[in-house]
Design a protein around this ligand. Structure first.
Ligand SMILES: Cc1cc2nc3c(=O)[nH]c(=O)nc-3n(C[C@H](O)[C@H](O)[C@H](O)COP(=O)(O)OP(=O)(O)OC[C@H]3O[C@@H](n4cnc5c(N)ncnc54)[C@H](O)[C@@H]3O)c2cc1C
Ligand SMILES: *[C@@H]1O[C@H](CO)[C@@H](O)[C@H](O)[C@H]1NC(C)=O
Ligand SMILES: *[C@@H]1O[C@H](CO)[C@@H](O)[C@H](O)[C@H]1NC(C)=O
Ligand SMILES: *[C@@H]1O[C@H](CO)[C@@H](O)[C@H](O)[C@H]1NC(C)=O
Ligand SMILES: *[C@@H]1O[C@H](CO)[C@@H](O)[C@H](O)[C@H]1NC(C)=O
Ligand SMILES: *[C@@H]1O[C@H](CO)[C@@H](O)[C@H](O)[C@H]1NC(C)=O
Ligand SMILES: *[C@@H]1O[C@H](CO)[C@@H](O)[C@H](O)[C@H]1NC(C)=O
Length: 531
């Protein structure tokens, strides 16, 4: 008896051993884990921390980049004339937006930035001067005019929401509030500063209701303040520090420089993730935190292919591009930089209205201003949407020369020297992001967004874009990561909790195609389905 038992064990052992080593084996055994967190940006790290907080330690975090942070992404630039050291500049997120009031709710990003002692500086949006192609022209009053109109758009959007009315474009909302830019390029620049600079799309391409919801939830719930990161360790410092509280140095659960190529969610109990180096991970649950741009551009293949309701939820939300173009200039003989002359020394922003093109190198932001990197000679300009695609498709020299021409019309032809350093990222072409952050387009309903957000069996989704309240913001990524981490915790701990699917809609019925509306007296002259 005993002998045969031992023999059986031995046989089992040897057969296991030889199977594992056999060349006939179809593929390497996948690394097994309970939860695969795909992406080590804010959402991925928040999800992993939520798992950790629930005492789930069997997870793996995977990212194609070699750092924690994702779109919290900095680089070194220029040179500090005093120390010879390069400066740190942020290619991705730069501000904590909406901080919080004493006693009120606080932006979780602000809480964490303070917890880890991140250096930030108050961005003073009133410290602005205005220009056009003829040089300095004072049209700051137009900003107040816009803000008055926006005040009635806010109330209006509140009524659309509470009375269940149909949404419309932000452009329609602004027009209804009597803000009309027509061909006034100063007004267009003012509007760009107030709107596109935040949402990365023009008002025509933004939902009135969801834009106002998004604005209210960060800037009224928390506070209207924005602080810019001025920390040489980079804006992702706080996230790295937070991650280090549960992921040790060289933690085998953190797989950086690992490119996910496909996700197979066809099996009942597992999700299998393939990487470009031929390795695979078999997880009970996966949390996908890839950007909307990555999901929209078929970078990662899904097996089975995503169902139509999911794909249309993904395609319907809109990815933006927000491109910051950095210059470092030498000082003049008096030690000042050309934009500081004739300007209030505290000015942080220089708004440019081009005569011909809306959004053409419009907002110039000085990092040389007090509290930022004084004396650095660094100034950067931001472009979005069509102007960002244009800049990202052009070569560096063309963009540099166009932007220098703008500076010369603002500050005088002979006052702008050649830059010491110049750089900009190309977010539209970055294969781990494909764009900067999402925006809510008109005609995209909350139900459609739930389809973007919903899980597919054991595959869950989180990220900036899945957030209704805070899409586009770091706090959106954080809250969604934390939320989905908690949901998946409940799935893992089935004995203690029930684990519910997020709601989704296979078919979303519209009103416009109903028989009631499709009538000749309503202008429906031809049955377009029968022509
Ligand atoms: C230019 C710019 C300016 C911004 N400004 C601000 C700001 O001032 N304030 C603010 O609050 N927010 C700002 N944002 C938005 C903010 O950065 C994002 O909301 C947030 O960082 C998104 O976090 P996430 O975890 O959802 O996504 P990500 O940070 O994109 O994380 C997803 C991770 O998935 C990884 N990944 C993607 N594809 C693969 C793959 N195939 N295999 C493996 N890994 C993959 C990526 O490398 C990435 O690390 C800005 C963003 C940009 C780009
Ligand atoms: C994890 O727990 C800590 C300590 O309670 C808390 O501060 C933190 O916010 C939690 N993190 C998440 C992502 O829920
Ligand atoms: C943060 O700012 C303070 C005050 O300016 C400075 O003393 C400190 O060195 C800064 N920290 C870092 C990491 O730069
Ligand atoms: C912001 O800038 C304006 C205009 O320069 C100035 O009047 C105001 O005091 C500044 N506010 C703060 C908080 O620095
Ligand atoms: C946004 O906030 C304003 C000011 O509190 C309020 O009047 C409006 O109803 C809110 N709008 C929405 C859509 O929540
Ligand atoms: C993952 O890789 C394996 C082995 O190469 C392959 O058989 C499988 O089809 C891949 N899965 C997907 C979804 O591409
Ligand atoms: C990941 O690998 C795929 C296929 O090899 C490649 O097309 C893609 O660019 C890679 N992604 C990143 C972010 O490097």
């Amino acid at each position: 008896m005993i002998v045969s038992r031992i023999a059986k064990l031995f046989l089992a052992f040897t057969s296991l051993y030889f199977t594992a080593g056999s060349p006939l084996r179809p593929r390497a055994t996948c690394t097994k884990t309970q939860v695969a967190v795909l992406g080590a940006g804010v959402a991925g790290i928040a999800a992993a921390e939520a798992l950790h907080n629930a005492s789930i330690s069997d997870f793996i975090v995977i990212d194609v980049n070699d750092y924690i942070g994702g779109r919290l992404h900095h680089t070194t630039f220029g040179k500090n004339p005093a120390t010879g050291q390069p400066y740190t500049i942020e290619f991705g997120a730069n501000w904590v937006q909406g901080l919080g009031k004493p006693g009120g709710p606080q932006n979780p990003i602000w809480t964490l930035a303070n917890k880890w002692g991140l250096n930030t500086t108050y961005s003073n949006y009133s410290a602005i001067q205005t220009y056009d192609q003829t040089g300095p022209v004072d049209y700051v009053g137009l900003l107040d005019e816009y803000e008055t109109a926006y005040g009635s758009v806010e109330k209006d959007a509140g009524q659309i929401l509470t009375q269940n009315l149909q949404d419309r474009t932000m452009r329609a909302g602004l027009s209804f509030a009597d803000w009309k830019t027509k061909d006034n390029m100063h007004k267009q620049a003012a509007e760009w500063w107030e709107f596109d600079w935040e949402y990365a799309w023009p008002p025509e391409q933004s939902s009135e209701t969801f834009t106002v919801i998004n604005f209210n939830d960060s800037f009224y719930q928390f506070s209207e303040d924005n602080n810019l990161c001025t920390d040489p360790r980079g804006f992702n410092y706080w996230l790295k520090q937070e991650a280090s509280t549960f992921l040790t140095h060289n933690d085998p659960r953190l797989l950086l420089s690992t490119n996910v190529t496909s996700i197979d969610y066809s099996a009942k109990d597992t999700v299998t993730i393939n990487t470009s180096s031929g390795t695979c991970i078999e997880a009970s649950y996966a949390i996908v935190t890839f950007s909307l741009g990555v999901l929209q551009n078929d970078v990662v293949s899904f097996n089975p292919p995503l169902p139509a309701w999911k794909q249309s939820g993904i395609d319907g939300m809109q990815m933006g591009t927000y491109t910051k173009i950095f210059f470092q200039f030498p000082p003049d003989s008096d030690g000042k930089f050309f934009w500081e002359k004739g300007a209030n020394p505290d000015t942080q922003f220089f708004l440019y209205a081009d005569h011909y093109e809306r959004g053409y190198y419009p907002v110039w932001q000085s990092l040389s201003a007090p509290g930022f990197y004084p004396g650095s000679g660094i100034i950067f300009v931001t472009v979005t949407a069509a102007q960002a695609y244009r800049a990202e498709n052009q070569d560096d020299t063309t963009v540099k020369n166009e932007a220098l021409d703008v500076l010369r019309s603002m500050f005088g032809k002979d006052n702008v020297p050649g830059p010491i350093d110049f750089v900009y990222p190309r977010w539209t072409k970055t294969p781990w992001s494909y764009g900067s952050y999402s925006n809510w387009p008109p005609g995209y309903s909350l139900e459609m967004h739930q389809n973007l957000r919903a899980n597919l069996g054991r595959m869950w989704f989180a990220g900036e874009a899945t957030s209704v309240s805070y899409f586009g913001f770091l706090q959106g990524a954080y809250n969604e990561g934390q939320y989905v981490g908690e949901q998946v915790t409940q799935c893992v701990d089935k004995k203690l909790f029930s684990c519910d699917d997020e709601p989704h809609y296979e078919n979303l019925k519209g009103d416009t195609t109903s028989k009631r509306v499709l009538q000749e007296k309503n202008g429906w002259l031809v049955d377009s389905t029968q022509v």
